[in-house]
Write a protein that binds this ligand. Structure first.
Ligand SMILES: [Zn+2]
Length: 329
């Protein structure tokens, strides 16, 4: 016992971790000296080092409290309120199973009543025009965000923008999906996730031009200061779609920063700079990617890539011989 507690102390000191003793017998050495290593989510035997469990789930709250008042204020049951739900997730639900609070089956004579209650409960949740609109639009947000694989932070920002747009009655005479798609596009820009207009418009009912139009209107009406995306933000995604390796990525980032220093990129679409710098980096690294391939992935036309890349190599004084496979492509 003495040896065990010493072992645990030294274990704590050595790892600098929050280790909590748990009463579990080690199957390897049969000693009752196991600790729960919270940051790593493991249960470890302090005697022999065997890891008993490697995927502990933290059942604790996601909030922190330092005083009793704080603790009382933050304590709750259920999910945290979320802005991405039209009622912030604060509504109740009547269970679909026909069982009462004691888990007994509801008497058949009362089933019709429960069915009616359930129906009206569902209907009464969405009562005003405002919340019906919001409920529909946030459903649309969930759909587009999951198709684009967007993180929760973007969803939250988009929901916030949409609520503001709705308060300003911007949805009048416009499609809900369109305004929502614009909110998502703008939210992505805010979160430095460089999605192109085309990528967002594919999953909404708008074309690229309409989406650009409604995004501009959203920015103007809500007086937002949207950061402009940098060309380098696009490189990782484009490079992955083109199956390029790290060497090419690093080279293209270098060219982009050189171009920025020489003010070549100012006033030009960042996607076009990214596309043409990738094209140059491919040639310098001896990787064959045609302008058409790059154009297909980046959405920048071949003509633009051609003009931009010639300008960049002239201004940066990069010289190379075009590989035979690329001549005239
Ligand atoms: Zn052990």
């Amino acid at each position: 016992m003495v040896q065990g507690s010493l072992c645990e102390q030294s274990f704590k000191r050595a790892n600098g971790l929050k280790a909590i003793q748990v009463r579990e017998i080690c199957p390897n050495c049969g000693v009752l000296e196991t600790v729960r290593d919270v940051p790593r989510g493991e249960i470890i035997c302090t005697n022999c080092g065997l890891v008993l469990d490697a995927h502990l789930i933290d059942y604790g709250p996601e909030w922190r409290a330092f005083t009793k008042q704080e603790r009382d204020k933050r304590q709750r049951v259920g999910n945290p309120p979320s802005i991405t739900r039209f009622d912030k997730g604060l509504s109740t639900d009547i269970d679909w199973r026909n069982r009462d609070a004691r888990n007994k089956s509801i008497a058949p004579s009362r089933l019709a009543e429960v069915y009616r209650l359930r129906k009206w409960h569902k209907r009464s949740r969405v009562h005003s025009n405002f919340s019906r609109n919001l409920a529909f639009a946030l459903g649309e947000l969930t759909r587009i965000a999951s198709q684009l694989n967007l993180p929760y932070s973007v969803k939250e920002s988009a929901a916030h923008l949409y609520r503001r747009a709705l308060e300003q009655k911007m949805t009048r005479g416009r499609s809900l999906e369109g305004v929502m798609a614009a909110c998502i596009y703008v939210a992505c820009r805010f979160r430095s996730i460089p999605l192109t207009l085309k990528e967002v418009s594919v999953h909404s009912h708008l074309d690229r031009k309409q989406l650009a139009q409604s995004s501009r209107m959203l920015v103007r009406k809500l007086e937002l200061q949207v950061p402009t995306p940098r060309a380098s933000d696009y490189i990782p995604r484009f490079a992955e779609a083109l199956k390029l390796d790290n060497q090419v990525i690093l080279r293209s980032l270098q060219i982009i920063s050189d171009a920025r220093r020489k003010m070549i990129s100012s006033g030009k679409a960042p996607t076009s700079i990214a596309a043409s710098c990738l094209y140059i980096a491919c040639i310098l690294e001896g990787v064959v990617r045609t302008q058409r391939e790059i154009s297909k992935v980046t959405g920048v036309t071949e003509v633009t890539i051609r003009n931009r890349y010639k300008e960049i190599i002239n201004r940066l004084k990069i010289s190379f011989d075009l590989p035979q496979q690329l001549e005239g492509k």
